[in-house]
Design a protein around this ligand. Structure first.
Ligand SMILES: [Zn+2]
Length: 100
């Protein structure tokens, strides 16, 4: 009974709590993308090299194609930010070219 009373207490509605949680998560992710835009490459786990499948362990290493051997990948949020900026610049360039 105490649980029921707690849930029906005049607190924030569940939808508001959910919205706030999503907003907080989005803000946290945006901050993370700003502070550290690079994350460890998932494919090679930050090594920059991957084991070639089906070959002997002696000569089985190749550069990771995903991160091109850096071992780091740009976060999805940061890539999105760059993409929107790039398209904006491209649009501006097109606009300038059109006016000339
Ligand atoms: Zn990699």
């Amino acid at each position: 009974m105490t649980l029921l009373a707690a849930s029906s207490s005049p607190a924030l509605p569940l939808t508001a709590v959910a919205a706030l949680t999503v907003l907080a998560a989005a803000c946290g992710y945006a901050l993370l993308c700003t502070v550290s835009p690079f994350a460890r490459c998932k494919k090679c786990e930050g090594n920059g090299k991957r084991r070639r499948s089906g070959t002997s362990p002696k000569r089985g290493w190749k550069t990771c194609r995903r991160c091109k051997g850096n071992g780091a990948r740009l976060r999805t949020g940061r890539r999105l930010f760059h993409a929107t900026r790039a398209t904006g610049q491209a649009a501006q360039r097109l606009h300038k070219a059109g006016t000339r």
